[in-house]
Write a protein that binds this ligand. Structure first.
Ligand SMILES: [Fe+2]
Length: 195
């Protein structure tokens, strides 16, 4: 069975004013859909047809792996956001807040380090909050389409740092986009991945 483009977990305008409906349309309807379509076209008739998306990310090589990774990471990214009116943003609680404090001093320290890493000037890519094998939390930036799925870390949170995620709303001002990300971050989702 072909991989399907997952529906957004909220309305296309629900992230406004931080991320516009036009950006969501382009990111979900054009970029993410394009990766899903190209992945399906490449996987058809091969041993990858019928595999789960995560499994294709882990096992494929070359362009198929890149389309699969972008399709998976972008779906993950939508889950990392939550409309501000529905409780996105704010502060994490419980075990996640405790784990962030252990790794980064406090939640503000985590936010500052994640933002600084995202702004460090590399090109298109992703930034992640990860749980390492030993349970420690860590921040990692990955270039282009690289995901943590091909290693042993568990991603808890991701932010897309490709310009298509923010150019319509913030031009090339990645800092303003990161500010928007913090207004929308879905801490409950990250906490649910903590295990
Ligand atoms: Fe993206």
């Amino acid at each position: 069975m072909a991989i399907e483009l997952p529906a957004l977990p909220y309305d296309r305008t629900a992230l406004e004013p931080h991320i516009s409906g036009d950006t969501v349309d382009q990111h979900h309807g054009r970029h993410q859909r394009g990766h899903v379509d190209r992945l399906n076209a490449m996987a058809a008739g091969t041993a990858f047809a019928g595999l789960e998306l995560e499994e294709i990310v882990r096992k494929a090589q070359g362009a198929m792996a890149e389309h699969a990774a972008q399709a998976w990471s972008t779906a993950f990214y939508w889950s990392c956001l939550k409309p501000a009116a529905a409780g996105g943003g704010g502060e994490p609680e419980g075990a996640l807040a405790d784990a962030l404090a252990v790794a980064f001093g406090d939640v503000a320290g985590f936010r500052a380090q994640f933002t600084a890493t995202a702004l460090r000037g590399f090109g298109a890519g992703w930034i992640w909050l990860l749980r390492r094998d030993d349970g420690r939390l860590a921040i990692a930036a990955t270039p282009h389409t690289v995901t943590p799925l091909t290693g042993s870390d568990t991603p808890l949170l991701a932010c897309c740092l490709w310009e298509h995620a923010y150019f319509l709303d913030y031009r090339d001002n990645r800092e303003k986009y990161l500010d928007a990300f913090w207004q929308l971050v879905n801490w409950e989702f990250a906490a649910s991945r903590l295990g």
